[in-house]
Write a protein that binds this ligand. Structure first.
Ligand code: NAP
Length: 476
């Protein structure tokens, strides 16, 4: 049999670790014939042995893997982000043909995707950079997908991608064409940044309810469960309710209290933060969430300072503190999304992408970690006004901010007086106050810059740039 006659597989997945194997099985479940390949064949053997599927076959030779695919061949790469992706692309280019398609579905940095897009294109092949959210479960049963590449080509991938994607409550697949080259990975990067902020805010609500509200783990579980029945309903609030109810399987009490108070990060939140500084967009809540994880790793220093820096000895919390915290969490969440979506808006201009922010919000409604009923409201906001400069301008969100702002002020003030670190909530409040202030003191900063560096200043009463011969009034 010639190689072409043997080409019966619809799609190949290179990388049989957690994400690749689950995505491959998801495709197989939807009737697509999937070829699986992994650098070390044992991993593929194990996946095939553990999850035998009539639509999935393992391959142990790269040429045979590629030759098994129908033309134009389509290979999804799901390997460790970074150098491995470049190595895999080059090995695929050496065995694939013009017109074939390579889809990188890992968490690649979007600038790498832009570079790879050009590199693959130079070899006459097509490239897609696709963000995938939802972790292991999402990959297996329905992730949120953010593909970036050529729009025409997207149409040929669409039946597979829409079939395997999560479905929102209205039945729509959580997958949409995002834009060219690195757009898909960019959107995934910021999605992860928002996820950092969302998780940090929930962690702060926990600290506040524990220390200001005196709530036990059982009470916390019940409160988060209740919150999950209302406007805060989301995957993250749901798992938080579960976590506080989970007993320690190796001792007494709840497991959450036995977990070290230190959290890691892989990089997408940090990339978002760095990128927002480069683009000149304030995503301070995402940065605060990254820094909170950095500070959490300073276990020894924190232990040491806890004995040397004086803590407040008394504070007051009002009776409605739990409701105030709930409202603060919701309001701060609006700000986190407003910041993330402002970054998308700026990226669309900077990189020449047509980002449909309403569609992007709609594909986060299911399958991904930040899925929440809240996203329906964001989708509606952009449907009403696709040109919305800030999410905070939408009437629904604006009304919520005005309604909840007194709660956020009380909670941040109570946290400050009790010495409870809530950097994300503080940043949210600061962002709102900065947004509503017509006086930020920047006139003084202009004057200082002109004083020491002749950077010039602008006047309130005339056009143009001015330099002033500042006098030294106070000499030492
Ligand atoms: P991973 O732990 O990030 O990577 C392991 C896979 O990469 C294995 O298949 C490994 O092959 C392969 N690999 C490493 N170096 C290689 C090289 N030089 N050449 C060829 N293959 C190489 O796997 P993962 O957790 O399944 O994640 C895959 C991608 O999805 C990553 O980009 C990750 O960031 C992204 N992602 C992960 C999640 C999640 O929840 N885990 C969610 C969304 C996105 P060997 O077995 O041969 O070593």
């Amino acid at each position: 049999m010639s190689q072409d006659n043997a080409a019966t597989m619809d799609i190949g997945v290179y990388g049989m670790a957690v994400m690749g194997s689950n995505l491959a099985l998801n495709m197989a479940d939807h009737g697509f014939k999937v070829a699986g390949f992994n650098r070390h064949g044992d991993v593929t053997r194990e996946v095939i042995a553990k999850h035998p599927h009539p639509n999935m076959s393992g391959f142990y030779d790269l040429q045979e893997f590629v030759s098994s695919l129908k033309k134009p061949r389509r290979v999804v790469i799901m390997v460790k982000a970074g150098k491995p992706v470049d190595l895999v692309i080059d090995s695929l280019i050496s065995v694939m043909e013009k017109g074939d398609v390579i889809i990188d579905a890992g968490n690649s940095f979007f600038k790498d995707t832009i570079r790879r897009f050009q590199h693959v294109d130079e070899h006459g092949l097509h490239y897609f950079g696709m963000g995938v959210s939802g972790g292991e479960k999402g990959a297996r049963f329905g992730p949120s997908l953010m593909p970036g590449g050529s729009r025409d080509l997207y149409e040929s991938l669409r039946p597979i991608l829409e079939a395997i994607a999560a479905k929102a409550k209205d039945g729509k697949p959580c997958c949409t064409f995002i834009g060219t080259d690195g757009a898909g990975h960019y959107v995934k990067m910021v999605h992860n940044g928002i996820e950092y902020a969302d998780m940090q805010l929930i962690a702060e609500s926990y600290l506040l309810m524990k220390h200001l509200g005196g709530k036990s783990n059982a009470e916390l579980s019940r409160i988060y469960h209740e919150w999950n029945g209302g406007e805060l309903k989301s995957y993250l609030i749901g798992i938080t309710a579960d976590i506080f109810a989970e007993k320690d399987d190796k001792g007494s009490g709840e497991l959450v209290d036995k977990i070290v108070d230190s959290a890691g990060q892989k990089g997408t939140g940090r990339w978002t933060s760095i990128q927002s500084l480069e683009q000149g967009v304030d995503t301070a809540m995402i940065t605060a969430a990254c820094n909170a994880r950095v500070m959490s790793n300073l276990l020894e220093e924190r232990e040491n300072f806890s004995k040397r820096i004086v803590a407040p000895d008394s504070w007051e919390a009002n009776e409605n503190i739990v409701e105030d915290i709930r409202r603060s969490l919701y309001t701060a969440k609006i700000v986190a999304y407003a910041q993330g979506f402002a970054l998308y808006r700026s990226a669309a201009k900077e990189f020449g992408w047509h980002l449909d922010l309403g569609r992007i919000a709609s594909i986060f409604r299911a399958g991904c970690i930040i899925q929440a009923v809240f996203l329906d409201k964001i989708t509606e906001a952009y449907q009403k006004n696709p040109q919305l400069a800030s999410l905070m301008e939408d009437e629904f969100f604006l009304a919520k901010i005005n309604e909840n702002l007194p709660s956020l002020r009380r909670v941040v003030a109570a946290a400050a007086s009790a010495g409870i670190p809530v950097p994300a909530m503080m940043n949210a409040l600061s962002y709102i106050d900065t947004s509503r202030s017509t006086q930020l003191g920047a006139n003084l900063i202009q004057a200082q810059r002109d004083y020491f560096g002749a950077h010039t200043y602008q006047r309130t009463d005339a056009e143009g740039a001015y330099h002033h011969a500042w006098q030294e009034h106070y000499k030492e």
